[in-house]
Design a protein around this ligand. Sequence first.
Ligand SMILES: NC(=O)c1ccc[n+]([C@@H]2O[C@H](COP(=O)([O-])OP(=O)(O)OC[C@H]3O[C@@H](n4cnc5c(N)ncnc54)[C@H](O)[C@@H]3O)[C@@H](O)[C@H]2O)c1
Length: 259
Amino acid sequence: MRMKDKSGLVTAAASGMGRAGAILLAREGAKVCIVDRDAAGAEAVAKEIRDAGGTAFAIGADLRDSKASTEIVARTVAEFGALDYLWNHLGHPGPAAVEDLDWQDFDIAVDLNIRSQLATTIAALPHLRARGGGSVLFTASTSGMSASQFSPVYSGMKAGVIGLVRGLAKRYAKEGIRVNAVCPGPFDTPMARDFVDRKDQPATKGQDREALVQKFGSSTAMGRAGRPEEVGYAALFLLSDEASFITGAHLPVDGGLTA
Ligand SMILES: NC(=O)c1ccc[n+]([C@@H]2O[C@H](COP(=O)([O-])OP(=O)(O)OC[C@H]3O[C@@H](n4cnc5c(N)ncnc54)[C@H](O)[C@@H]3O)[C@@H](O)[C@H]2O)c1
């Protein structure tokens, strides 16, 4: 078992890649707290894990709320007695606009792409330190590696996540706390659908949503979108002790998109 006796939490885990990764972590022996704004969805994933013999519980929380980051870490430690890993999977498409930018949309995107991840990591650090080390994973994006003209703001924020990961990795390496990022390419999840047809995206206005999703997915070298568990397996590896000499890395899981 690759995560035997490891306790931790996954944000945005009621759906998509977070859900798939949480199920894989539990299958490999991890105790998992499933965090999501969709409380019923989070509980459904936790139940699925428990029904399969794993250990999980759910917390319904909106991570835009600045108190939520501290609470989810505290509740995970209260339930499992320790914290060994954290996967900050939450993200948000944010505005597509540039000159017509709505600064409120920008602030929401900062909160959901960077601030809550950093706040949850800060809350986790003393607990990881108490265990003599641990592993933190952020979900960035290939958009933070090779940007798109259609998403300058999202690209900037995800590049910021990669920079944050590198800095945190160097800051905490000597304490045995590893910090890495996974960079998904196109994945057909609810968020990807929100991403391709944002109302303030002039490039795709009036176009068929399904066709856009298909085009987004076929942009990889493999010509297909990823399957959620393909990010889940990358997360499992980076969170496990198998990645013990890897910190500050950002791993594309993108079917060759950024090759
Ligand atoms: N789907 C893609 O193609 C793609 C590509 C690159 C990166 N990503 C990144 O992957 C991550 C999630 O993507 P996904 O495709 O797995 O998403 P998804 O749409 O399958 O799931 C997103 C989850 O986040 C939850 N959520 C949304 N806002 C929240 C909030 N304020 N507080 C708590 N939970 C909240 C939703 O309820 C949902 O369960 C994000 O970081 C995203 O930027 C996605």
